[in-house]
Write a protein that binds this ligand. Structure first.
Ligand code: NAD
Length: 308
């Protein structure tokens, strides 16, 4: 098949692009390299640097494409609080530009990578797709708005759409910016360097941490599984882990005795998150297979930043 992946040079996009290329598919990747790195892509992926809002470029890249994976986005919850306009322009505007270009060229299927963040705080766990979203940050609002645009424009123009609500992804190659780093690579780096590991609030907040290879298996299934049109599907591990438990596992797998510090003044964000995977099992035959401990060990082995 012929694929276009937006955000192809990013953490999840490059893992997906490389896997599709290894399976023998034709893969084009688009990324503006604002955070991504094209060196993470295997040579078989045809990479173009560009903005997801650049429709003429999209028209060219979409020729003969069977399915688009849309991952290009700004991805930090905390940063989105400071720059909501930018998050709206890229995450919502970029999605609308892509859907318009797909309509113009006549591409038939898109897999949109959405986020578990759209659920916000809910009265019960696990979080199922039928719950009323409760986005709590401009990032979460932007992903939810993009889901609606994907569904609505897809419906109007006969484009098959699937939105995957991915929970807390981790694994080798995850971007580690100095401000607002994602929690898993941040804790791994601190543990290895014997720096301190800072826990926000009391550390009892939970998240559903899912290893990149499991996410890639869900994304792969979403391009070909039947009867998916308009579906919105959770992709997670199906387990919730508190930040305290995460730190204990990180210290175990790294063999570190780094110091753990609590910062009770920092907000914990959403209190609990755990994906209900019933629909993912039914629609995509999705079954995550990598435990947190195993995933952390694989990240240490496969990511040179955590060696030595
Ligand atoms: P990432 O930052 O590594 O990847 C995003 C990529 O998009 C980057 O390579 C960046 O350069 C590119 N990009 C940003 N703005 C662009 C623009 N205007 N035009 C073209 N490219 C642009 O982040 P990631 O973790 O790989 O996230 C990929 C997708 O998965 C995002 O849509 C994100 O919302 C979603 N997601 C990620 C997680 C997670 O935990 N990592 C969880 C849920 C959903």
């Amino acid at each position: 098949m012929n694929f276009l992946i937006t955000g192809a040079a990013g953490f999840l996009g490059s893992a997906l692009a490389n896997q599709l290329a290894r399976e023998g598919h034709q893969v084009r990747g688009l990324d503006d390299l604002s955070t991504g790195d094209s060196k993470s892509l295997v040579p078989d992926v045809h990479f173009t640097r560009g903005d997801v809002n650049d429709r003429p470029k999209l028209w060219t890249l979409l020729q003969e494409v069977d399915c688009v994976y849309h991952l290009a986005a700004r991805v930090s919850v905390q940063e989105s609080v400071l720059y909501p306009r930018e998050y709206n322009a890229v995450n919502v505007g970029g999605t609308v530009s892509l859907m318009e270009a797909m309509r113009d060229v006549g591409v038939r299927r898109v897999v949109f990578v959405s986020s578990g963040a759209i659920y916000g705080d809910q009265g019960q766990q696990p979080l199922s797709e039928s719950m009323q979203p409760n986005p709590r940050s401009p990032y979460a609002v932007s992903k939810l708005a993009a889901e609606y645009y994907v569904n609505t424009i897809g419906d109007l123009w006969n484009i098959e759409t699937v939105s995957l609500r991915v929970f807390n992804a981790y694994g080798p190659g995850q971007h580690l910016p100095a401000s607002h780093p994602p929690v898993v690579p941040y804790f791994l780096r601190q543990a290895i360097r014997k720096g301190s590991l800072v826990i926000h609030a009391d550390g009892n907040q939970t998240r559903d941490y899912v290893y990149v290879d499991d996410i890639v298996s869900g994304m792969l299934a979403a391009s070909t599984a039947p009867n998916l049109d308009g579906a919105v599907i959770n992709i997670g591990s199906g387990r919730q882990t508190s930040v305290r438990e995460l730190i204990k596992t990180v210290l175990d797998v790294t063999g570190s005795n780094a110091e753990v510090i609590y910062n009770p003044k920092m907000s914990a964000g959403v209190s609990h998150m755990c994906a209900d995977l019933t629909l993912a099992g039914q629609k995509l035959n999705y079954k995550p297979s990598i435990s947190l401990e195993e995933g952390l060990r694989l990240t240490l082995q496969r990511d040179s930043r955590f060696r030595g």
